[in-house]
Design a protein around this ligand. Structure first.
Ligand SMILES: [Mg+2]
Length: 346
């Protein structure tokens, strides 16, 4: 069954728009945005939980029962020791979900599962929504860029994407560290262009995004993770040196949190999002790439791993068969892949 892409995209847009209103309010009020720490030591805020709850609730209201694979679970908030955090979540959620109670919020968060559920025949389901309610939580806490990332994966391939970037400006001259008061949301499905619209106005005008291109004669402008641990720095440095030796000019990576990197490549503000594998064993989570990679691909970019393999979203909650990310228009994408291939032989 081919899903109705327009209906799904509309539901996804509404869901991330409402959730972005919460994340924006929490980020502006440091008292409420207090940082919590999950058992795996990763930071999380009340906004991560509130955003997941609102998105799960809105998708369910619009589309009926949904299968959602998402980063957060309600386990932390169900712990009586964290009652204050739960109360803060309910309070943060209420402006977009009037009358929400703690049980509603916990139930909505747990519409999502952190592993791939089994279908009726006992096999891992191949079609599901996947969500990172706040990608770039560290950037969110710092007051920098972050994104709300929702995608629908159909038979292992992302076909609907809603990527809300509440701090990204329509003005490409505005520094990434200077949060925009409006923000942008990027929307795409498998049979259309990329649309861009004001972040928290779900009834705002949708403009078709122009395809990404690289200005002739300039250096290849890289964008990479803010967090050094997400990248193998020495590989990036060797790559840049190697390409420069062969006469290719490369601008060292601008640092940027979250799937906002896919958006800036999609709109041509940077040429290549490069993430080198941080270790041979590390695998990327699907919710960290499903929405962003579809946006970039529909804008005319290629999104592969560092070996040039397509990203395979059918292998579980991680990109089991892929290492690292190279995303950009064909020209610069090919140059970076070629440079990486040459490194492995030296
Ligand atoms: Mg997250």
């Amino acid at each position: 069954v081919i899903p109705d892409l327009d209906v799904m995209l509309k539901a996804a847009h509404e869901a991330v728009s409402l959730a972005a209103r919460i994340t924006r309010a929490v980020q502006r009020d440091p008292q409420r945005g207090h940082r919590l720490t999950k058992s795996d030591d990763s930071p999380v805020t009340i906004a991560d939980f509130a955003a997941q709850a609102v998105i799960a609730d809105r998708l369910s209201a619009r589309l009926g029962r949904v299968t959602l694979v998402a980063e957060e679970s309600a386990r932390y908030l169900r712990d009586p020791a964290h009652a204050a955090a739960l109360a803060a979540c309910v309070e943060a959620t209420a402006p977009v979900w009037p009358g929400v109670r703690a049980e509603d919020l916990l139930g909505a968060i747990d519409v999502g599962t952190t592993s791939i559920p089994l279908d009726a025949s006992g096999e891992p389901t191949r079609s599901f929504w996947t969500l990172d309610p706040i990608d770039g939580t560290k950037g969110f806490i710092r007051g920098h860029q972050y994104s709300l990332c929702l995608a629908y994966v159909h038979e292992g391939v992302p076909v609907v994407a809603a990527l809300a970037c509440p701090n990204l400006s329509a003005d490409v001259q505005r520094p990434y560290e200077d949060p925009d008061p409006v923000g942008l949301t990027f929307l795409a499905h498998a049979q259309g262009p990329v649309w861009v619209t004001a972040c928290d106005d779900r009834h705002g005008r949708l403009d078709v995004l122009e395809r990404a291109h690289t200005p002739a004669g300039g250096p290849i402008r890289l964008v990479g993770s803010y967090t050094a641990a997400h990248n193998n720095e020495s590989t990036v440095n060797r790559l840049v040196r190697r390409l420069e030796e062969t006469g290719v000019r490369v601008q060292r990576p601008q640092r940027l949190d979250s799937q906002v990197k896919y958006a800036v490549v999609a709109r041509g503000q940077a040429d290549v999002f490069l993430r080198t594998p941080r270790s041979a064993a590390y695998r990327e989570n699907i919710w960290d790439h499903a929405a962003g990679s579809l946006i970039a691909r529909r804008a005319g970019c290629l999104a592969t791993d560092v070996l040039g393999k397509d990203l395979d979203f059918s292998r579980g909650v991680t990109l089991e068969d892929n290492q690292g990310i190279v995303c950009g228009p064909a020209g610069p994408h090919g140059v970076i892949l070629g440079g990486l291939a040459a490194l492995t032989t030296v």
